[in-house]
Design a protein around this ligand. Sequence first.
Ligand code: EPS
Length: 390
Amino acid sequence: MLDFQTAGESHGKGIVTVVSGFPSQLEIDPGFIQEQLSRRQGGFGSGPRMQMEKDEVEILSGIRWKKTIGAPIVTFVRNKDFSNWEKIMDPLGDRPFGYQDITIPRPGHADLSGAVKYHFRDLRNVIERASARETVGRCVAGSLARLFLRSFGIQVGGFVESIAGIISQIDVPFQEKIKASLPSPIYTFDLEKEREMIQAIEKAKREGDSVGGTFIVVASGVVPGLGGYCQTRDRIDARLAAALMSIPSVKGVEIGDGFLSSRLLGSQVHDEMGYCAAKKPFSIFRKTNHSGGIEGGTSTGEPIWVRCAMKPIPTLRKELVSVDIKTREEVSARYERSDVCAVPRGLVVGESMVAWVLAQTVQEKLGGDSMDEILDRFQAYLLYLERFPD
Ligand code: EPS
């Protein structure tokens, strides 16, 4: 099974990603991984840290002459900022002279719950690993997944739909929205709304506040029959929701029309079917796609689309009331250098998570240890779809 784990602290030496389960002979384009890492770093609303870092992936194992060899792939992205934190983050050093524990948690951050869980008096221990810096590793894993998915004609893209309640609204197909969002500083497709969103971020910054928003991720070229309905773990919608919900600050995930469908009638929600003999590889299609390309936990063959809601970043200059865990007094929450809006970055991470889950389901469906084997099986599956139900 495809699996990945990340390791590393926000101001430690860097972020390690360990990816296992990829078949051999998958061509790796390091430029593509780099592109995704740079995209993750872009996006208006970031704090000074993003100007400081230049995320570059170093491949430590599992790839030889730009092809996977079936072995675990380990990568490393260095934290440039570590040079400013060497004493504080030294794995084997002594507590630096004059260092003071961080004892005031930020409401909305993992600070307090993490300290309770691990019995820390110094919240720095939580801040470091709970930081969204970890999403660098998700993008590396997601980029590998995207390269794998390309071999099966699956493309994953997305766009920011709203920031601070300002919604991009031009009514064009997803693919056009995705294309138009690529050059946007906040990865959205509606130029007028883009301006308003940027103004909202600037205003929040001036006022010491932060803003959230929503993004949509779309996977096209998905064959029907990925995922499944027999067990909880098979359901692709449940897996997508879990993977997306694990992104820091994501508080809501909708598959297709999601919450909207709870307010409509069945006749308005369910996607009627049509038949077109020329449609390959599967000739039964849906006339609409309210379901987000998933029925009964299984892909229908229509694009899979999901919406994620991100709360505003919990690090604010505006003073929120907190409690000092040392003095037990009510005080203002601690402010630490931060972003104002992380929604564009969240989109790139969301795309990575969707790609990851889809790569897992493709690999589960087809099995195989080398790309040749898996592609042969894919061709057989396409033929099966063409002949279905024969
Ligand atoms: C983060 C706080 C900021 C963000 C960071 C996530 O970092 P710093 O405390 O160093 O200014 O920039 O995100 C990243 C570094 C990144 O690469 O995404 C937090 O508290 O979660």
